[in-house]
Write a protein that binds this ligand. Structure first.
Ligand SMILES: *[C@@H]1O[C@H](CO)[C@@H](O)[C@H](O)[C@H]1NC(C)=O
Ligand SMILES: *[C@@H]1O[C@H](CO)[C@@H](O)[C@H](O)[C@H]1NC(C)=O
Ligand SMILES: *[C@@H]1O[C@H](CO)[C@@H](O)[C@H](O)[C@H]1NC(C)=O
Ligand SMILES: *[C@@H]1O[C@H](CO)[C@@H](O)[C@H](O)[C@H]1NC(C)=O
Ligand SMILES: *[C@@H]1O[C@H](CO)[C@@H](O)[C@H](O)[C@H]1NC(C)=O
Length: 435
């Protein structure tokens, strides 16, 4: 580590022509250096605009500077390791949190606590601290946050509410009794959290015969796009609904299908709709006049049926995580992941031109390693007649899905550093282009 006194002069290269080629890298490093070592009262020079920006976005009322020690790190790659303290209290249980959806309440239906809850995610390059509700709520003060997606997105929302419940429960301020549009408010923080349900991100409807969906791939799903305007943050995701048979419409015409087995309609494959749906959803975000928020794409959440499909006796009976070295993402999960990643990168590029930020909440690999994290048969009583008897799609609460909020908090904390880096890099590119 450099001695502390050097920091103030070393900041100058960020503004100094001589070091311009190295600037993005250097300034990123300096910003970090400052964050990790410089005391609160460090006098900011006007020349250190980057550092100042970082400071502004990072310092808040908690008064505890340990948050500033956040380091950049790829959270997506790592391993689940046994929690060193197996008797540590769980962040919440089914008895302390009311937000757990019935079918995700694995403890209630007899799943033993030990085993699946005694692991923690360790990224390869760093330690991911346990979720800190105070930090999250402080960062969200006066903010509006929304989750857009299917039941897995709701799964995440419920996990987050439970993780925050140690500090505060929100009040329900939903506009109606529609379970597909929920809104909660954290009164002490003036923080609003919304859940907007959508199966396919674009306009879609179930066909009259049932089981098949009509997807209007070039039409926004206004149920959620109409609510974007006042949001500061949006987490968008989509997944399993694209496994159903589908008819694809564009310009109000059928252009193809997936699994329709008709001679006069061409089979476009399983990923076609997924790609187009993300493209259209991102278009809605990019073309909005009012939305200026940060968009997180939460990556594909894998299911873990073995020995059969969900309706053919498949189940997930494993009791331990996979090791990353033994189990790479592959097949359909990898293909869904890659498809949405391509659309994400596209949106990210477009967004940069318009000053809209897109971020990746890359949870797929971590969740792929948790075949033991689903309810399986512990989502209902044994004698109950439910359509998804062995649920290997959704995630138990509490459970491994709780790390999605760890990821989210880490990224929110990194946002100040990242924005400053991008600003420097962008200024640099603009300047080069003007030469
Ligand atoms: C600040 O946070 C650290 C780690 O989260 C904790 O150990 C420390 O006690 C906190 N200090 C105060 C003053 O709250
Ligand atoms: C929580 O789980 C326990 C079993 O671990 C069960 O006895 C209890 O009824 C559950 N409580 C709720 C509110 O679901
Ligand atoms: C609460 O937050 C909203 C933005 O989400 C802001 O417009 C409003 O002024 C805030 N209210 C108070 C009392 O600070
Ligand atoms: C395909 O053929 C069926 C009848 O076999 C017809 O109902 C349907 O409208 C046709 N679809 C298209 C897109 O031409
Ligand atoms: C379970 O429910 C389905 C329809 O919901 C019904 O067709 C089936 O007969 C039921 N099975 C049992 C064992 O009750």
């Amino acid at each position: 580590m450099m001695p502390h006194r050097q920091a103030s002069s070393d900041l100058r290269p960020c503004k100094n022509g001589k070091y311009r080629a190295l600037m993005p890298i250097l300034c990123g490093a300096f910003a970090l250096f400052i964050l990790t070592t410089v005391p609160f009262s460090f006098p900011l020079e006007s020349s250190s605009a980057v550092a100042a920006a970082v400071f502004r976005s990072q310092i808040f009322a908690s008064g505890n500077l340990s948050i500033l020690s956040v380091v950049p790190c790829d959270l997506a790659v790592g391993d689940w390791i046994p929690n060193p303290n197996p008797n540590a209290a769980l962040p919440y249980t089914n008895d302390t949190c009311w937000a757990i959806h019935e079918h995700l309440n694995c403890l209630k239906y007899g799943r033993p606590v030990d085993g699946f809850l005694r692991w923690r995610w360790r990224p390869d390059g760093c330690e991911l601290p346990a979720f800190n509700p105070a930090q999250f709520l402080e960062l969200m003060r006066h903010k509006a946050f929304a989750f857009v997606g299917d039941n897995i997105a709701r799964n995440h929302v419920q996990s987050l509410i439970c993780l925050l419940s140690k500090l505060e429960y929100p009040i329900d301020v939903s506009p109606s009794r529609d379970e597909h549009f929920k809104r909660w408010k954290y009164m002490s923080y003036n923080f609003t959290m919304t859940f907007l349900w959508t199966t396919h991100l674009v306009r879609s409807e179930e066909s009259t015969t049932g089981g098949t969906y009509n997807l209007y791939l070039d039409e926004f799903d206004e149920f959620w796009t109409s609510q974007m305007g006042r949001l500061d943050y949006l987490v968008i995701s989509s997944g399993q609904w694209f496994l159903h048979p589908m008819f694809f419409h564009e310009n109000r015409q059928v252009v193809g299908c997936h699994d329709c087995f008709l001679n006069n309609v061409s089979e476009l494959g399983i990923y076609h709709g997924y790609r187009k749906a993300f493209r259209t959803a991102f278009k809605a975000i990019l073309s909005s006049d009012s939305y200026k928020g940060i968009t997180y794409m939460r990556s594909f959440s894998p299911a873990h049926f073995e020995n059969g499909l969900w309706n053919q006796g498949g189940n997930c009976l494993r009791t331990e995580p996979f090791r990353s070295k033994d189990s790479a993402l592959e097949g359909m999960n990898l293909e869904f992941y890659m498809t949405q990643m391509e659309e994400f990168r596209r949106a990210e590029r477009e967004g940069r031109k318009k000053g809209l930020k897109f971020r990746l909440l890359d949870t797929t690999q971590a969740m792929w390693l948790r075949p033991d994290g689903h309810p399986s048969k512990y989502g209902h009583w044994p004698e109950e007649n439910v359509s998804l008897y062995n649920d290997c799609v959704h995630w138990c609460l509490p459970g491994p899905i709780d790390i999605w909020s760890d990821f989210l908090l880490h990224m929110l904390k990194m946002e100040g550093i990242r924005s400053a880096q991008e600003r420097v890099q962008y200024d640099h590119e603009t300047e080069l282009n003007q030469r």
